[in-house]
Design a binder for this molecule. Structure first.
Ligand code: ADP
Length: 283
């Protein structure tokens, strides 16, 4: 077999790979990645998150680990551990209630969050290929394989996406992509391009999430559709895709992300806070 056709070794013990895509930036792709990761960890799964949104790697900040660093070992890059369940008790079924969570992001390599990546295409795609090949998930321990690897991609369809598609072509199993959109038609028109891309590169579309879908008044609990609503659902019906649900605008979520300037966070506390206090609950 042509060595180029082998799955990257670092992904060989990963059970499920899910891409998170969006047609535009700012629609909540990283927020949905964060919440999906936390939900899976709280279900007891070991989760890795790979942030290859080179346009603005925001996940270190969202997970409260911005000041942490990745390390290079002889086997590859060791991602930042956000939650480690080794000290957790086991439940009556002999299992840990929460899984492990780790993150690899270009943000860790930039040093300063005000720095941006101004690389040309080939350098960006080389970095993405390296991210997919050289990260040692779960410490390389085959006894605790990664149940889910969530990949937060840049918005739109670009060279980066083609690099991902080429690199993942031989990794099994790829479950497919979750597409995040806001309700407006403008955003959903871009989503169609994303869906076409998935079809071209043979990625299944697992479903569509409509984020920022209405604002629920904290006083009277009435839902106001600040933007138009229903775009994601309509699109799913038109294109015969699974509609995974809508998520309202939740001001407490923004507050939690924004009010953590330069603080060192306890990963466990952050995980619990984020998940329990301001989970982006579907409407
Ligand atoms: P993207 O990854 O698509 O660029 P982000 O996930 O970074 O978007 O979200 C952009 C901004 O919107 C962030 O400040 C985030 O905290 C906020 N945000 C995303 N989804 C919601 C939501 N449902 N409620 C409130 N704020 C949200």
């Amino acid at each position: 077999m042509d060595p180029a056709q082998e799955a990257p070794k670092s992904l060989s013990s990963v059970r499920h790979i899910i891409l998170i895509l969006s047609g535009k930036g700012g629609v909540g792709k990283s927020s949905v990645t964060t919440q999906t990761a936390l939900s899976l960890v709280n279900e007891g799964y070991n989760v890795g998150v790979l942030d290859i949104d080179l346009t603005g790697p925001s996940l270190p900040r969202m997970f409260g680990v911005e000041t942490k660093q990745v390390h290079q070992s002889s086997a590859g890059w060791v991602p930042v551990s956000i939650y480690n369940n080794s000290a957790d008790p086991v439940n009556e079924n002999g299992k840990k209630t929460r899984g492990n969570l780790s993150l690899m992001s270009l943000g860790f390599l930039l040093g300063n969050r005000n720095n941006s990546v101004v690389w040309r295409g080939p350098k960006k795609t080389a970095m993405i290929r390296q991210f997919l090949k050289d990260v040692v998930w779960n410490g390389g321990d085959s006894n605790t394989p990664l149940d889910y690897l969530l990949i937060d991609t840049p918005p739109g369809t670009s060279d980066e996406h083609i690099a991902i598609a080429e690199e993942l072509r031989y990794a099994q199993p790829i479950d497919g992509a979750i597409i995040v959109t806001t309700p407006q038609q403008v955003a959903t028109a871009d989503v169609r391009k994303e869906i076409n891309f998935c079809r071209k590169v043979n990625f299944d579309v697992l479903g569509v999430v409509e984020n920022m879908s209405g604002f629920i008044c904290p006083h009277c609990a009435e839902c106001t559709n600040i933007f138009s609503s229903g775009g994601g659902k309509q699109l799913s019906e038109q294109l015969d895709l699974t509609f995974l649900g809508n998520i309202p605008i939740d001001p407490t979520f923004v507050e939690m992300i924004e009010n953590q300037d330069n603080e060192e966070h306890d990963g466990k506390k952050k995980l619990i806070d984020l998940y329990d206090t301001c989970e982006l609950k579907p409407i």
